[in-house]
Design a protein around this ligand. Structure first.
Ligand SMILES: *Cc1c(COP(=O)(O)O)cnc(C)c1O
Length: 379
């Protein structure tokens, strides 16, 4: 059997172990230390912001953002339906209600029209949403001009879920830096990884200070352990922050490599009738192309996304259906949803193609062969 080609696997840069050794040599084996401080500095420098808090996961970062916005029992929080469940789970951790909003067809992210409709309807039924979570899925920036204008008009604070979009820009500015808060993830499958980890971004340095406080068990300043708030153990470990420092050295390169994957697939499939790509709608958008994703119209191609996935699988190549919308997930079925059919159509016709930044020429040749056989009806 040929080696498995993964959808998106970790890709080390080379200096990660050096920083881990430094941590061992100085005995900083703790959820704080020089690697954490420096990883935070690297991220802030890269994103051109004052400060960020490195935390244990993207989910933990989102949870703290909601806590810092005061989201609690019976509040409503609007979130994209077309996303990974981690975008919505922390709303439920707070005993608040997720309100799902569907996508638009250009970026696959939250539809501004549906958002405004949803906000008006929630206000009319007596409750103004407490926060808005905007996701930049697969690295594609959402339509921020339009979405932020609506959020501003109704004075609803924005959290950007930039877990998949580190390296992406909108109007030249990094995703995650537009809202009151932004979150990043360094899980194993993301564009850079610390094996597991996340970060919280805010335009307000006081909020970052508060996040650090809450993430280290909310310990008041006193010689003994004194607590006047519920805390969390959400800080990033100094060991994995060493991986993060090494990864920051290659982030620009990783973004280029993922963007090249997109070009590779465009070259093979770009002229095939019935296959369309998620791609930048205009020059406001700069995607890291974390994953290259396509839609397949079976009436035109003669095969559907499942046929292609199984053809890849036969050659030991991993591909994956698009995210199943949250409003179709058993665990979220009971919550309000404002839908237009877009995310359901994406889910039914789309596929994520192997998109690792470490794909070799030989692996690309194997992928290309499967695709060529499919579009030339050789299966
Ligand atoms: C990965 C991911 C998260 C969660 O990040 P973790 O670090 O795995 O907790 C949140 N939202 C989206 C869209 C993601 O892809």
């Amino acid at each position: 059997m040929k080696n498995r080609i993964y959808l998106s696997s970790p890709h080390m840069g080379g200096s990660e172990l050096k920083y881990i050794h430094e941590a061992f040599d100085t005995n900083w084996i703790a959820p704080l230390g020089p690697n954490v401080d420096n990883f935070e500095k690297d991220l802030a420098y890269y994103l051109k912001i004052n400060d960020v808090a490195a935390l244990s996961s993207g989910s933990a970062s989102l949870h703290l953002a909601l806590i810092l916005l005061g989201v609690k029992n019976d509040d409503e929080v609007i979130v994209s339906s077309f996303t990974f469940s981690a975008s919505a789970n922390p709303i439920v951790y707070q005993n608040a209600t997720p309100v799902f909003v569907d996508s638009e067809e250009e970026t696959w992210n939250m539809s501004p029209e549906m958002l405004e409709y949803a906000i008006k309807d929630r206000i009319a039924s007596g409750k103004k949403p407490k926060a808005l979570i905007i996701v930049h899925l697969y690295g594609m920036p959402a339509k921020m001009d339009e979405l932020l204008k609506i959020a501003n008009d109704y004075q609803i604070p924005v959290i950007e879920d930039a877990a998949e979009s580190l390296g992406s820009k909108y109007n030249g500015k990094g995703t995650g830096t537009f809202g009151k808060f932004g979150i990043l993830s360094f899980n194993g499958n993301k564009i850079i990884t610390t094996s597991g980890g996340g970060a919280l971004i805010s335009d307000n340095p006081e909020m970052i200070a508060k996040a650090r406080f809450l993430s280290t068990q909310a310990r008041d300043s006193a010689p003994h352990y004194q607590h006047s708030q519920i805390g969390y153990n959400y800080r990033m470990s100094n060991i994995v922050a060493g991986i993060g420092r090494g990864q920051m050295e290659v982030l620009t390169q990783r973004t280029e490599q993922r963007r090249n994957n997109f070009k590779f697939y465009k070259k093979i499939l770009g002229n095939t009738d019935g296959i369309t790509f998620l791609e930048e709608p205009d020059n406001r958008f700069y995607s890291n192309y974390w994953l290259t994703t396509i839609l397949i119209d079976k009436d035109k191609t003669g095969f559907d996304c499942n046929d292609l996935r199984l053809a890849f699988e036969k050659e030991n190549i991993e591909s994956r259906p698009l995210w199943k919308p949250m409003h179709l997930q058993p665990v979220f079925e009971k919550y309000p949803v404002y839908k237009n059919g877009v995310s359901e159509k994406l889910f039914n016709t789309g596929l994520c193609l192997p998109s690792g930044s470490n794909l070799t020429d030989e692996e690309k040749a194997r992928i290309e062969e499967v695709l060529n056989n499919m579009i030339n009806f050789k299966y």
